[in-house]
Design a protein around this ligand. Structure first.
Ligand SMILES: [Mn+2]
Length: 431
């Protein structure tokens, strides 16, 4: 645990003291309501308190769009400063104890020291993300025409070596998941052979897979389009699961909410992947049009609830094993990233809490009886419930803030960091 909190504890305690009577009142009222429905609020609160989602190191900064990035004063510019900001998020919301690093963006000379630095801030690490979708200064071969699926052997070798390097880094950080997303694909019909490019990807991914230590998983993230706009090599959950099945047990599929065509039934994809033991992880964000990377729950909170309805179903019926790697994967362009992450963590945990309120017996009975309306109502009842007091109680019970954003603003953290940190660059870049 942290020896010293990034935000002064007395600020959190003072604000909590002013809010705790109202919270107790709301919590007791919700408790009585849930009791009438046969639900023990303490049991739900304890499940929510045990829930966690990782934050991405890159999410601590202003991500920008493909057009421009507008940095804010005090924005972190290296992994050390990012960890500090992630520690603030964790201190206030108490459900983001791990940071998912991205390489080479978060490269340092001593990863064991980085692990200790994070631990001193009360943080651990989550899935290591490899990056073969952009060239780094001094890199021998270019990823301009692909990485793991490139037609050029030396490019594939370089991409394989980078992924294996990431496994080595992850081992030093105490991580056991490698997330692989490639931007590989084409912008023109005929640019590449659709079958052979997948052959090359599978061959290269097999070499990475072979380097996974015991207990490790390779999480394969699909994406419909962007940066390739005609075809992507791992375009959908179908490609993802076929590759994962070919690679072996350690290969799982990772679903990112923004990586599908509009209106695709993502909760059904979750259920399908779980059915075949291939659901490895989930990237949370929200979307209006494409891979917008908007804040979780800001556009379609009902979809988030339906996804969690399947995730809770998977949790309760693990079918031999369900160890989901949950991560927030957002790009913050117009907000303070810390505030966005706090708001998103609340939205994600809220969807989880609502999914826990679904009366599964009632739902199953209605489904078996083909009573469509009652099956739908079983979900409705849970979705309509305001779970805010449960989330606040879980946070406060773990030492967090009843109102995390208010506590963050009261702390003056960003203004203080603006005085201490170097200004961030304005180079745009999609992540
Ligand atoms: Mn993602």
């Amino acid at each position: 645990m942290a020896t010293d909190s990034p935000v002064a504890r007395d600020i959190v305690e003072r604000l909590n003291a002013g809010l705790s009577d109202a919270l107790d009142d709301d919590f007791d009222s919700l408790g009585r309501q849930l009791h009438r429905r046969g639900i023990d609020i303490e049991a739900v609160t304890s499940k929510v308190a045990g829930f966690s989602v990782a934050v991405p190191s890159w999410g601590a900064g202003r991500g920008g769009t493909r057009f421009a990035k507008f940095p804010i004063p005090g924005e972190p510019t290296n992994i050390h400063e990012k960890l500090e900001d992630c520690a603030v998020i964790q201190q206030l919301c108490r459900m983001t104890p791990r940071v998912s690093p991205h390489f080479p963006w978060d490269r340092v000379s001593d990863y064991r020291a980085l692990r200790e630095e994070a631990a001193a801030l009360g943080l651990g690490f989550d899935a290591v993300n490899s990056n073969t979708f952009q060239d780094q200064p001094g890199q021998a071969a270019s990823y301009a025409t692909g990485s793991l699926s490139s037609t050029r052997a030396e490019v594939r070798e370089q991409a394989i070596a980078h992924n294996i390097e990431c496994i080595g880094i992850g081992a030093q950080l105490g991580v056991t998941d490698l997330t692989v997303w490639v931007g590989d694909g084409t912008n023109f019909p005929g640019q590449q052979d659709l079958g052979r490019s997948l052959d090359r990807y599978i061959d290269a991914a097999s070499a990475v897979y072979a380097a996974l230590p015991d207990g490790w998983r390779m999480l394969i993230e699909h994406k419909l389009y962007e940066p390739a706009f005609y075809s992507t090599v791992i375009s959908d959950w179908g490609s993802s699961i076929l590759v994962a099945q070919e690679l072996g047990d350690k290969a799982k599929c990772l679903v990112d909410l923004g990586h599908h065509a509009p209106n695709v039934n993502i909760e059904q994809i979750v259920a399908r992947l779980h059915r075949f033991g291939k659901l490895g992880g989930f990237h949370f964000n929200d979307s209006k049009y494409g891979d917008d990377d908007l804040d979780s729950g800001s556009i379609n909170p009902h979809q988030l609830f339906l996804v969690f309805n399947e995730l809770v179903e998977a949790e309760m019926n693990p079918r031999g094993g369900f160890r989901p790697a949950y991560m927030i994967d957002q790009s913050h362009n117009v907000t303070d990233p810390i505030e966005s992450m706090l708001s998103s963590a609340e939205a994600i945990a809220g969807a989880y809490a609502k999914a826990l309120l679904v009366d599964r017996e009632e739902l199953l009975a209605a489904q078996e009886a083909n009573d469509t309306m009652m099956a739908f109502q079983a979900l409705r009842k849970a979705y309509r419930t305001d779970v805010t007091p449960i989330l606040a109680k879980a946070r406060a019970g773990a030492g967090g803030a009843i109102d995390p954003i208010a506590a963050y603003r009261a702390s003056g953290w960003r203004a203080r960091k603006a005085r201490e940190r170097q200004a961030a660059g304005t180079a745009a870049g999609i992540v």
